[in-house]
Design a protein around this ligand. Structure first.
Ligand code: PLP
Length: 234
């Protein structure tokens, strides 16, 4: 069995084990940034369907190459592509054209552009608002206090479908601080869900905090390193 197959199976087993104690089901998003197409194909082969990418040009190259490699039997057509990286406004067109989800919306200008540039004929673009839960200056993401305003505006854009919120918590070795951030996210998520019935996604948890994130209500973990191995810094 290949390394990637082995990793995916063991992570899925862990998720299932953690979900045995939680009301929600947690999906696995495989974060394939900087990794080659062959790694994505291997993951697909063992049943992985949700993939996340951070860098627009790299992602679009992969998506297009995979489309070609799918012929003649549409082999990879079930892939669902999530954009999870920071978004510059000059990149929104490519994102709107190639992705199924965008998890890193943190300002209305970006949402508006994605809406306007979503090609007719494609399904609505599913979106999550990225929340800067630790309120660090250097991090992207909207402030907690801006969430509802942003959600209201996104909800009025016809080509976007609001699905939930995403965060990258501050790295910390303090379990209390870690828990506090995750619990805050869960509270925000529940309050958003109370107002917008189609909200069903709390995207949190990465390789190093998968378990606590699931225990705090995560419905989608985004895992790179534990599936594909360490990344060279970009
Ligand atoms: C890279 C990345 C991940 C995956 O992180 P790992 O620690 O490798 O699991 C998840 N979410 C976002 C937004 C990322 O940029």
């Amino acid at each position: 069995m290949s390394e990637i197959t082995h990793n995916i199976q063991s992570i899925k087993a862990q998720i299932e084990q953690f979900n045995a104690h939680t009301p929600q089901q947690t999906q696995l998003l495989a974060v394939s940034k900087t990794k080659p197409l062959s790694a994505i194909k291997e993951a697909y082969q063992c049943g992985q369907r949700l993939f996340g990418e951070n860098y627009v040009q790299e992602a679009v190259d992969k998506i297009q190459q995979l489309k070609q490699d799918s012929q003649p039997d549409n082999r990879y057509e079930q892939i669902v592509w999530h954009f999870i990286g920071p978004i510059q406004s000059n990149k929104t067109k490519l994102i709107a054209e190639h992705f199924d989800w965008v998890q890193s919306i943190d300002r209305i200008k970006i949402a508006q552009r994605l809406n306007d540039q979503r090609p007719t004929g494609l399904a609505k673009l599913n979106v999550c608002l990225q929340i800067n839960i630790s309120e660090e200056e250097s991090k992207s993401g909207a402030k907690q206090t801006q969430m509802f305003e942003l959600a209201e505006l996104v909800n009025q854009l016809p080509n976007l479908q609001l699905r939930g919120i995403m965060c990258i918590p501050q790295k910390t070795s303090d379990p209390e601080l870690q828990n506090k951030q995750l619990q805050q996210m869960q509270q925000l998520y529940l309050s958003l869900q109370a107002q917008f019935t189609e909200v069903d996604t709390l995207s949190m948890g990465m390789t190093n905090d998968m378990q606590v994130a699931i225990e705090n209500g995560s419905t989608m973990v985004r895992i790179g390193t534990a599936i594909f191995g360490a990344r060279a810094d970009k």
